[in-house]
Write a protein that binds this ligand. Sequence first.
Ligand code: XIL
Length: 457
Amino acid sequence: MANSSRAPGRSRRLRAALVVSAAVGLLATAGAVVLPGSASAASTLGASAAERGRYFGTAVAVSRLNDSAYTTILNREFNQVTAENEMKIDALQPNQGQFNYGNADRLVQHARSQGMLVRGHTLAWHSQQPGWMQNMSGTTLRNAMLNHVTQVATHFRGQIEWWDVVNEAFADGSSGARRDSNLQRTGNDWIEAAFRAARQADPNADLCYNDYNIDNWNDAKTQAVYRMVQDFKSRGVPIDCVGLQSHFTGGSNYPSNYRTTLSSFAALGVDVHITELDIRNAPTDAYRNVVNDCLAVARCKGITVWGIRDSDSWRSSENPLLFNGSGQKKPAYDAVLAALNNGTTPPTGNPTTPPPTGNPTTPPPSGGCTATVTPGQVWGDRYNTSVTVSGASTWSVVVAITAPQKISATWSGSPTWDSSGNVMTMRSNGSGNTFGFTTMMNGNSSARPQIRSCTAG
Ligand code: XIL
């Protein structure tokens, strides 16, 4: 997570664990340090991304949560969600001063119940404005926009990992100019005003600028967004991340310098996210390239595809997604999963050897089973741990983490949390007797998880 623009001491947490199910055979931690280049065998997109300290998400249309085929894939494969439309301005504030959070809350609830991270999309945008806002201008509009940012970010405080604070504020073409819009006409500082209001309302969410056609490093639009982010960082405007929508549909193509774009933004001191990925006809090579490019850039935090099945896509005629209309995995799915599984790329530094033995503890065998900790891969900012249970086939293991460390991902078990978020009860879920998790160090690089109990049944 970005934190360079945060006040010292502001704690950053991943509040939701990335729960990765069905990751049977997850290797990474089964007793050995994973060496660079070694392949793993995660069997879902989310599980594999989590092993690399990243997420793999999708846009969700809340109405489709009633479609069990859809929800089955969602829950199995993805550990991050973005509301496709339900957190847009027209959805949340259809009449001025009247907020309608029902559908958005339903998605957040679903995500939390599944341990998925939520991207908020989007607080300020020229498009999908309610009629009352479309008709506004000047100070009235500026204030209405800021009020929307404040109300919405406050409502969802504590539940949103990243906000797309401002979406699509730059013009296409060679001008490098801002896009003309009613918001832009309130004054050039509308973007930074929105970011400041969002930071004040939810200090713990990472705040992103999100746009399309900023994938090609040579494009004037990419350069213009880059200069804005550079300017924001230099002036202390609170921005943590840039989202590249990466719709390689509708006439846009994957550019060969995409990795340069990701790493150039990252070098400004912001995280980068691939927020709305879809690719016309879902070619395996372009999907593979996108994954490899993200994995090659430490600050590329994850990938969100813009829908699950081709039939769910906003550009369904281009068949741009990873699952076909029947919910079957397409070749692009296999390419993405393989690229994730082949990836190494710790975000910072090189993998190191596990922490000293004796630090991870094994509990007294009191509850009818024994949980044995095996330290896993260690990166600069986080480490993996696996826990193997013996003496029972169904079990619950209580694991305590030392704050400010935070568990950011789990696999092969069903976790629940105490109110502090630092004590996890992991229950067997049919994925075998070894579960695993990733812990963000958040500045404490020495503490290691403590097993409090192992209880059979
Ligand atoms: C699209 C949705 O997918 C459609 O259902 C809706 O009709 C229009 O918006 N950039 C964005 C997304 O930031 O919010 C857009 O989503 C796609 C382009």
